[in-house]
Design a protein. Sequence first.
Length: 446
Amino acid sequence: LSAGSVESLRERIATELLAARERTAVLTGSIEEPDLVAQHSPLMSPLVWDLAHIGNQEELWLLRNVGGRDPLHPEIDPLYDAFEHPRSERPSLPLLPPAEARAYAREVRGRVLDLLETTRLDGTGLLRQGFAFGMIAQHEQQHDETMLITHQLRQGPPVLADRPPAPAPQDAALLPAEVLVPAGDFSMGTTGEPWALDNERPAHTVHVPAYYLDTVPVTNGAYQRFIDDGGYDDPRWWTPEGWAHLRQAGLAAPLFWTRDGATWLRRRFGTLEPVPAEEPVVHVCWYEADAYARWAGRRLPTEAEWEKAARHDPAAGRSRRYPWGDDAPTADHANLGQRHLRPAPAGSYPAGASPYGARQLMGDVWEWTSSDFGPYPGFRAWPYREYSEVFFGDGHKVLRGGSFGVAPIACRGTFRNWDYPIRRQIFSGFRTARDAEPRPTAAGAV
Ligand code: AVJ
Ligand code: FE
């Protein structure tokens, strides 16, 4: 890196760390103390845990591993190690109270900004193009999305200021229902993206047979037709595991939906409102997405299909960072960064369309794929096994694209999220696909 680009990298890191901390302040500052220490769902940590965990990871990776500093408060490390205590146990731990958690995160950050001034950002390993700093800014933003999920699960009146919805799409009614992605190779994953995480690496060629993909995510209106058609009462559409889960958990509609006579209402950050038909459906589990797709005569896309639609540029014959190209997302490209507290109507963001014409692949809702979370060929756990490797082969399904609660720094065409197929407190939706050519049958005949 040239001296000039090292300096602009330093500035970019400082900006990203600040942006993450401002968002953390919104998520933890808008709420009363008892609500910071309470557990709002056994699936989530108390918000005050996320806050101190953010500071603790920052201290571990930047002050200790990069800076070689001694631990500030070694006795608190086990409290904030995500692998030491499951989320359901965290409220019973002797956690730092809110004022101390804030002071700790602030103390770490002050020292990190000093370290940033004196650190060589064009090193190797953790310091290759400032990787550790980028990883930590992403980590804070990932926990900010986690805290946003906790806000959504919390009962009681709203505390987050609602934001105006995204502008209504102009040409949604004119869009084709699906786009064709012709058969061919594409480059999946990345080797050169400086702040990509280990599970996105390395780049490798994948052949993808021709398929059709929904132009936009499945909407609430379309999902209501599945419900109205008895979709939750018909085992034909569900895998055996999905049907067993439906029965045991009593699934009848997306999470946060309630019926009021003939209308569906949803709870969104403390407000009960009619379900908007034109918005992508959110808060469905993988089993629901998979069942809807089968009911519609379709299927979920594989992870490779999703990524090819989002990144492959057929004219140039190469993969790009985002559906619209290589430039960082702006407010015209995608609904990201908690700018709106909801998905944007299907068909929004024409400037964010992919070369194949698919829209809203980035932002709005995480999209379930049919794929299990596993390593790419040549995967190497780095810099710690607990980010990805320990989750491989454990029944997690991959989600792609990112929700309205994902920050631009934590979103790329290669970014992989994962969760269990029963989970739906996350901002999860989906789109469907179908083969464009008949596939060989088991007998080998077409
Ligand atoms: C990538 C969202 C599954 O929250 O468990 C945060 C991100 N890893 N701290 C998670 C993460 C460590 C992770 N997900
Ligand atoms: Fe974490």
